[in-house]
Write a protein that binds this ligand. Structure first.
Ligand code: GLU
Length: 469
């Protein structure tokens, strides 16, 4: 039997990191089993679907390494609508489903409770199809539905507790629960690996498989992803869009490594490992069923390590979208013609060790490209104290007198200026840094001044001095 798995997102919003995690798990499982990964876009909720969300899913998958053309699909659920209806009709004809025209109020009035599920009122009333009549599945009165789940063992459900659920609405359209089963059936899916949120649907869906006469798939419900308060990650509260992480400058390699650690870990106390190790060692059966904490701080630290591990030319390439503002990335504060690739290459190794996400490259290097630095006023006020004017005067004079403009000479020169005033280098540097870069923190100062060059450095120091008058 060829293993066939599917990833079946609904294109109703930005692509969720939890979805990316399930996609990767499906992807690896298929690869390990010599199977097929099918992408199915579940686009039957016409009111909430947008084509751009579908495009977002394809490009996000591509980004994390599930590249277009390397899987089956995308198939679209809407293209299978005929099969969904045919299955609903078959279930009705075989007596496994019946029509019902009760409203919620009718059920409430009969059961006396708004919490009680459907009471089976129309089970044996023989109502035929008609406008406004929903089709309900006749669940067995007794017995158990045992779900075989690679992660959760054998969750077991009592059939008598499962209400006769709706499989097609009053307008005849099949509901998600049925469409999803029929698609898996027609696509020959052998393993359904999906988020835990769908576990409550599973006994109902398995009953549908049985009623349609096909052996159900093996299930694997991967743990829900939660925030630091142990709440399920939600798009209203948490940063969940893979795209948002991408735009902030997370590397795809760091992201997919981190996502695979949600509920699982490679051998030997390691967390940061090459993708090939994950592909080798990952075992779906070993995934911990408890909720998985999506720790953004840890992801950030991961990303910093991935950034530092890049060869410098790759780091320079990886920064380009933020330096040039391509794609959906916000443009940098400088004009395209102000950008200087050589200057950037000169400071890139210094920046590489200091940033955790690629977007942080911009505030670190903007002083190099802008005609005058963006002064952080709070930093200015904090730094430019009594004595700063005198210090700048002395530093300007000393720098003007330098024969060679390199980091070492700049450092020893400024050190001497400070020493004459009883100041340590840190204190001496601060006003120069603010004058030249506009900030109190940034790349190593003297290397920065070397790359910026004599004229621009001195012009900025003189301008700051004027401001201090
Ligand atoms: N379309 C469903 C979702 O996005 C997936 C259902 C499934 O994987 O079975 O949650």
């Amino acid at each position: 039997m060829t293993v066939r798995v599917r990833f079946a997102p609904s294109p109703t919003g930005m692509f969720h990191v939890g979805g990316a995690r399930s996609a990767l798990q499906n992807w690896i499982y298929a690869k390990q089993q010599g199977g097929v990964f099918v992408l199915r876009i579940e686009d039957t909720d016409a009111a909430r679907n947008k084509p751009e969300w579908t495009e977002g899913i394809l490009s996000a998958l591509d980004w994390i390494g599930i590249s277009r053309g390397s899987y089956e699909g995308p198939h679209f659920q809407s293209e299978n609508a005929g099969e969904h209806r045919a299955a609903a009709a078959r279930l009705y004809e075989s007596g496994r489903a019946y029509y019902c025209d009760c409203t919620r109020e009718d059920v409430q009035a009969r059961t006396g409770s708004q919490y009680q599920g459907y009471d089976g009122y129309h089970r044996d009333l023989g109502l035929g199809p008609g406008e406004g009549r929903a089709l309900r599945f006749r669940t067995p009165d007794e017995g158990l539905t045992v779900v075989v789940d690679l992660i959760r063992g054998e969750p077991t459900f009592e059939n008598k507790l499962i209400e006769d659920f709706v499989i097609a609405r009053g307008d005849g359209s099949p509901v998600f629960l049925l469409a999803n089963v029929v698609d898996d059936m027609t696509m020959g899916i052998t393993h359904v690996i999906r988020a835990e949120e769908h576990l409550p649907n599973t006994p109902k869906q398995q009953l549908l498989w049985d009623a349609l006469g096909v052996k159900p798939p093996i299930w694997a419900h991967v743990p829900v992803v939660v925030n630091e308060k142990r709440q399920k990650l939600s798009k209203r509260r948490d940063k969940v869009a893979l795209e948002a992480y991408r735009e902030e400058g997370y590397l795809a390699g760091a992201m997919r490594n981190y996502l695979m650690l949600l509920g699982w870990a490679p051998s030997g106390d390691r967390e940061i490992v090459p993708w090939s190790v994950i592909e080798d060692e990952f075992r779906l059966e070993e995934v911990n069923p408890s909720p998985a904490f999506f720790d953004e701080k840890k992801l950030r630290a991961f990303n910093g390590e991935y950034i530092r591990a890049l060869p410098v030319p790759e780091f320079i390439d990886a920064c380009q979208p933020w330096l040039t503002g391509t794609g959906t990335i916000a443009p940098p504060p400088w004009q395209p013609e102000e950008y200087d690739a050589d200057a950037f290459a000169a400071v890139a190794p210094l920046a590489q060790t200091r940033i955790a996400v690629l977007s942080e490259i911009v505030p670190n290097v903007d002083f190099l490209f802008l005609a005058s630095p963006l002064i952080d006023e709070a930093a200015w006020t904090k730094t430019m104290k009594d004595g700063s004017a005198d210090l700048l005067d002395a530093a300007i004079a000393a720098f003007e007198a330098l024969d060679t403009w390199d980091a070492e000479s700049l450092k020893s020169t400024l050190e001497a200026v400070g020493a004459e005033r009883g100041l340590k280098l840190g204190k001496t540097q601060a006003p120069v840094r603010v004058a030249v870069t506009g900030r109190t923190v940034g790349l190593p100062l003297f290397e920065s001044l070397e790359v910026l060059g004599r004229e621009r450095t001195l012009t900025r120091m003189r301008a700051a001095r004027v401001r201090l008058v």
